[in-house]
Structure formats: C-alpha cells, structure tokens
Design a binder for this molecule. Structure first.
Ligand SMILES: *Cc1c(COP(=O)(O)O)cnc(C)c1O
Length: 438
C-alpha cells in the first residue's frame, strides 16, 4: 500500500482535493457489487455509488461480458461519417423510454460536456430561428451542472466556482423550492420560488434561451429535494414565456429517484435532457444530450452555417454504448426498480429514527436516496463544502469501512441498487455512530 501511495503522491493531482490538508487516498485493488476492497483486503461499502455512477453494482458479470464482446468487435471509431449498432440501439431505446419528440441523441463523454451541448444547442437554436437576442440562461440556486465553463456558469449557485466568476456567461438564478419530511411550509416556499422565476422572466424573458433544472433533487449543491409539483410549475412557467427547458438528469437518471428518470414522476417533458453517470451503469465515461426533434430541425440548412459545431474524439464510443444497452436491459431483467422501492422503504424506516435525533434536521428520502443536514446549533460549521466536521465524518466513516462523503453539513446515502439489506443496516448504524462525533 505505501509504495502505491508514495508514487501517487509524486505524480497525481486528484479531483476536488486540497492536497496540502487532505488525508492520503486509499489504494484499491478491486470492487464487487456494493463493495470496494483495498490492497490489504479490507472491505469498504460504497454507500455513495462512487460519485453516483454505479447502478447495478461494481463488476457486474453481464456488463463485463457486454464490454468484452464489444471489445472483440470494435472498441472505437470516429462518429462523423460512420455509425454502428451499439450507438443506434441505445439512441432508439432512450428515445422510446423518454417518449414524445425526445428523439435526437447527441453523444459526448461526461456529464459536463452533455450540459455544454445542451447550452450550445439552446443558444444556437435561437440564432438559427432569427431570435439572436436570446443569449442568457436561467438556473437555480444550489444547482450543480459540471465543471466546464458553460456548466460552471449555470452551476454558479453551487458556490464551487467563485474563482471563475468573471469568466462565466450571464445566468439568472432563482430559488429551488426545496422540501423535506415533515415540512409544513413547502407550499409557501414553492410559491416564493415561482414568483421569483416569474419576476426574472418578466424582466428578462425575451433574452432567455433556456432554463436548466435538476428535477426532484439537486446533487452536489447540497442534496436538496423538491416535489414533482414544483418541477411541473417551473416547466409551465418557462414554457408560457417560450423558454426552452433543459433537465439535467445526470444524477437523477437511471433509477435514483425511484423511476427510470426523475421527470417521469412530474407529468412534464423537457426540450432537452442530459444523461451520464448511471448511463453505463457507472463503468465507462459516456453521456448523451437528448434533444426534441423540433430543435434538431432548426439546425438543418443547405450549408454548414446552421449545423452544430461540436464533437468529441470519443463521441458515441461503441464499448460504452454497448454497456449502456446491457445496463438498460438489466433494469428489466433484474427488476431493478422493485429493488429500489425496497431500498426506499428501508430508508423511510430509518428516517423515522432520524426525525427525532437532536443533531439532525431536514431529513429527506427520494427513491434510493436518503439525506439530512447536520444541525450543529450555534457552532456554525455549516456551509462550506469541506468543513472540518464533514472531513472528520468522512474519515470516521472510512475507518468504519463505509464510503460516505458529506457535502458540508449534508450527509447522504446513494447506494448501488445491489446493496444488501445487511450492508444498508451497517450504513445506518455507521451514520448514527458518526453523529455522536458532531
Ligand atoms: C456529476 C454531475 C454533472 C457533471 O458530470 P461529470 O461527468 O462529472 O462531468 C452534471 N450535473 C449533475 C447533476 C451531476 O450530478
């Protein structure tokens, strides 16, 4: 272990890491189902699905087989001027699942770029339509959409990107109508948020290209949950002003909220959807921006000027697409949504215990997610993403064999769906023990 760590230290710059103060990383040798194993053989239960990517569990045999099969046929090919079965198949399946006119699939290779594509498509759509004044976007307080420049701009409400403020394009932010268990004021909070949205639209409406939203829960910005009713009202309010609606389902997609896609619980359809993370069951980088056919049509023309100038080297990678196909089939074969319902029921039961805990507030459950805020009273360590308390808790959980990483004062579980009831119970017990340290 020590050799690997010292070599790591010499050459690696890790993501979202303050290298001066944070602990050394843990050297892993393999992962199976809901567990990670370090090089000394210790097991760590992956209660946050490795940054929310793993769906059916680590190293699923069916996924591995699909990857090997495709590797023996064709691992990669450029995607301009060529096409292949895995890409066409996943595009067809996604578009059938999503319904309506959501039938044009643009591939890229991570969540941030799928957001960039959505923003660029929205922006150019209005140019192509002769409404070039629509150059701005609306996003939510607490939203996170990735780390590239467009994604940072619409995710400035997350608070992660203040160093880059001056370089970010113009975005109007509005409140997210968040809620939690036992919340009696949700209606007022939603009304206030919708009023703020309406006011922004009244002031700037004809300059807005699109609004981008994480439906049902906001991820990295603090695991804030909202009701389906709120999502619906946001869409209706934006649509009434002719504004395009983009759903970022990079975290909420592929079962996390209890349905295959979160917006399926909200009785609305967006104009574009960004998907990544669980798309490949968390095994290879792949993302898509799903686009309504009427938007696609606005990019047609007799020369290149109206076309979308965007494409990555690994666009539509066949290996990743073949895994995405296999993963989608597994949702039916293994009745994954049933399993997610069982995880949700288990979370609900544990939530009842948390509701009366003196150091806990704003308990919330949605599908396979359980989240709460640590109530530190006047001690005030709340707020910062890597507060002292959150780092202390993270290290404590790891020492207990649990991969749980609080986001500032927010503690959450988002396990792979293959987690066993026994492992879930270990997670809950670990959470309660951790709370004693606060
Ligand atoms: C993770 C995430 C992204 C960014 O995806 P990357 O693959 O990390 O670039 C964007 N939006 C949401 C909601 C996410 O959770």
């Amino acid at each position: 272990m020590t050799d690997l760590i010292s070599r790591d230290k010499e050459y690696i710059w890790h993501p979202f890491t303050q290298h001066k103060t944070e602990c050394e990383p843990i050297a892993l040798s393999h992962a199976k189902d809901a567990s990670l194993f370090d090089v000394d053989g210790n097991e760590i239960i992956d209660l946050i699905s490795s940054w929310w990517t793993i769906t059916h569990g680590h190293s699923h045999p069916a996924i591995n087989d699909a990857m090997m099969d495709q590797a023996n046929k064709m691992s990669h090919v450029m995607f301009s001027g060529f096409t292949h079965e895995p890409a066409v198949q996943i595009a067809e399946s996604l578009s059938h699942h999503l319904g309506g006119n959501l039938s044009k699939i643009f591939f890229s290779d991570n969540g941030s770029t799928s957001v960039e594509v959505a923003l660029k498509v929205a922006y150019q759509y209005w140019q192509n339509k002769g409404e070039a004044q629509r150059t701005n976007f609306i996003a939510f307080d607490g939203a996170y959409h990735g780390d590239t420049f467009g994604a940072m701009a619409v995710g400035k409400g997350s608070g992660f990107f203040t160093s880059f403020d001056e370089l970010l394009c113009q975005v109007h932010t509005v409140p997210y109508g968040e809620t939690w268990l036992g919340d009696n004021e949700v209606q007022t909070r939603e009304d206030t948020a919708i009023t703020a949205l309406q006011k922004t639209i009244d002031q700037h409406g004809d300059t807005i290209a699109a609004i981008i939203m994480e439906p049902l829960f906001q991820g990295a910005g603090g695991m804030k949950f909202c009701r389906p009713e709120f999502v619906k009202r946001v869409v209706e309010t934006a649509r009434a002003a002719g504004i395009l609606v983009i759903f970022d389902e990079i975290a909420t997609g592929f079962g996390r909220t209890g349905s295959l896609f979160a917006h399926q619980q909200c009785d609305v359809k967006p104009d574009m959807i960004c998907l990544s993370k669980g798309l490949t069951a968390g095994t290879l980088p792949l993302s898509v921006t799903v686009i309504d056919a009427h938007i696609f049509d606005a990019f047609l023309g007799d020369d290149f000027s109206k076309a979308l100038a965007h494409g990555h080297s690994f666009t539509g990678n066949p290996l990743a697409c073949s895994i995405a196909n296999r993963s989608l089939a597994l949702f039916e074969e293994e009745q994954t949504l049933e399993r997610i319902r069982a995880i949700e029921a288990s979370h609900q039961e544990f939530a009842q215990e948390l509701l009366s805990h003196s150091k806990v507030k704003h308990v919330r459950v949605c599908g396979s997610l359980l989240a709460f805020d640590i109530d530190e009273g006047d001690k005030g360590a709340e707020g910062s993403y890597k507060s002292e308390t959150s780092l202390k808790l993270r290290d404590f959980f790891l020492a207990e064999g649990l991969n749980i990483r609080p986001l500032g004062p927010v503690v959450y579980l988002m396990p792979p769906y293959s987690i066993t009831n026994e492992q879930l119970k270990q997670g809950y017990e670990g959470l309660l023990k951790g709370l004693e340290l606060v």
